[in-house]
Design a protein around this ligand. Structure first.
Ligand code: F0G
Length: 453
């Protein structure tokens, strides 16, 4: 059961099917353009959408809004230092700001960043600094149906080969995304982190964590890695951070705040250079683009997020929804992660070709049928067509992500999602695809307009 009770509530919008049909037409079938007031259950992201605790709100009220050296900064600094052990901590307003500052300082054209899988903003920031982002996911990640536990791991053989090979001297850093959001929200084992750390150390290559969901990763380690069965998630997290030379963190996930992030570093010279860029572009080094209250709420959230009762319930809710989804006859990337479920839309809608976007088709049906907003992760996001609309590149899988905001929806909300999916699955062959009417040259899924085919 939930290890909390509800003190403050917010009504959720209830629309008629006709209102949803009109809304979808008005936004040219792009779910990003809906007003949130038109969405009943919003599973677009787990980022910045969590519910604050009473203790976080209280900490925020006590926030110190001094421009420099605020009490809030020192509380935040102490909380992050104790958790991560890094010598230098720089606040930033969110994860991608931390990425930009670190990559602009550390990378240059011609260099390579290796990762288990780069999240899309991480890749974009690597590429914006002129470097190459290369993914080395483990082989198990390719089988969506296998229930192996650490499909977020990096491919150690490929990592070792690259570091030893002709490109080795160009590798500027290795990034491990925990959990692996780009790869189904799958966790990385401590064994994989240790071996990666040792390889990086041997080659003198900095090793960084993209730690947005470090607590969920730690929980799954305590469940599935025998050596860690008797440890607390907090102990696992502390050890994981100490295997790396630094981290980038989007606190909008596993610090359960609406805005926030940070960089953690051991290298004093790198920290100094990052700090200069931070001051020039985010804010002074003791607030980094945040209010004092945000820093206090982050500090508090970082202690709550590793509580076993909180993590156990979060895993249980994901498993509950996964069960409902499978019973509806819809496959997911197995095993279910903790922050999201990834629906296999390609398999549910085999009659819709990739260039008519089966993932987007399912996402639109979820909205029309149940007022549920989700995110397509398929060929609308990753594919390309030529000027005549003929496909030139499609995504490896046609997926829809149902992200689970922290402490926000109850099991009955998720039962509604399961029931809606069951209705759609029953008449899957009548679900129609889409064609793009207009699109932008990059990140087209955010801004594309579409029409049914
Ligand atoms: N790294 C990972 C693994 C992420 O999932 C995200 C954001 C970021 C970095 C960037 O952080 O949003 O604070 O700037 N993921 C969100 C999502 C947007 O929906 O998965 P940010």
């Amino acid at each position: 059961m939930e290890p909390y009770r509800i003190k403050v509530v917010e009504p959720i919008p209830q629309l008629t099917r006709q209102q949803r049909e009109e809304a979808l037409k008005r936004v040219h079938y792009n779910l990003f353009d809906l007003r949130a007031e038109e969405v009943t259950i919003d599973l677009l992201t787990d980022s910045g959408t969590g519910a604050l605790s009473a203790a976080q709100l209280a900490a925020g009220m006590a926030g110190d809004e001094s421009y420099s050296g605020s009490r809030s900064f020192y509380r935040f600094h102490e909380a992050v230092t104790e958790l991560t052990g890094y010598a230098h901590i720089l606040p930033a307003h969110q994860g991608r700001a931390a990425e930009r500052i670190l990559f602009n300082t550390l990378l240059e054209p011609g260099r390579i960043v290796l990762a288990n899988t780069h999240f899309d903003t991480t890749r974009a920031n690597v590429e914006l600094s002129g470097a190459e982002a290369r993914d080395l996911p483990c082989a198990e990640a390719r089988n969506l149906d296998s229930a192996e536990h650490f499909k977020g791991n990096i491919d150690l053989d490929a990592l070792s080969r690259t570091l030893d090979g002709p490109d080795g001297s160009r590798v500027a850093m290795v990034v491990m995304t925990i959990t692996n959001n780009g790869g189904g929200g799958q966790p990385v084992s401590m064994d994989n982190l240790k071996r990666t750390s040792a390889l990086c150390r041997r080659h003198g290559v900095p090793f960084f964590l993209d730690a947005a969901r470090f607590a969920e990763n730690a929980w799954l380690v305590t469940r599935h890695e025998p050596e860690y069965r008797d440890r607390t998630p907090r102990q696992v997290a502390e050890e994981a951070f100490r295997l790396a030379d630094g981290c980038m963190m989007s606190a909008k996930k596993d610090a359960i705040v609406h805005i926030g992030g940070f960089i953690g570093l051991n290298d004093p010279e790198l920290a100094q250079r990052c700090e200069l860029l931070l001051i020039a572009t985010e804010g002074f080094a003791t607030y980094g683009g945040l209010a004092g209250r945000d820093l206090d709420m982050m500090a508090q959230g970082l202690t709550e997020v590793t509580e076993p009762a909180y993590l156990a319930e979060r895993a249980d809710v994901a498993a509950h929804l996964a069960h409902r989804v499978r019973s509806a006859g819809v496959d997911i990337i197995e095993p279910p992660g903790m922050h999201a479920l990834y629906l296999n839309a390609g398999r549910l809608l085999p009659h819709i070709p990739a260039h008519h976007f089966p993932g987007h088709a399912l996402a639109c049906q979820l909205y029309l049928e149940g007022g549920i907003r989700s995110a397509e992760l398929g060929s609308l996001y990753l594919g390309e067509e030529d000027e005549d609309g003929n496909p030139t590149k499609s995504a490896p899988y046609e997926l829809v992500r149902l992200a689970l905001p922290r402490r926000v929806y109850t099991r009955s909300h998720y039962d509604h999602v399961g029931e809606t999916l069951a209705e759609i699955a029953k008449r899957a062959d009548s679900v129609y695809g889409f064609r793009i009417v207009e699109q932008s040259p990059i990140l087209r899924h955010f801004r594309a307009t579409l029409e049914p085919v």
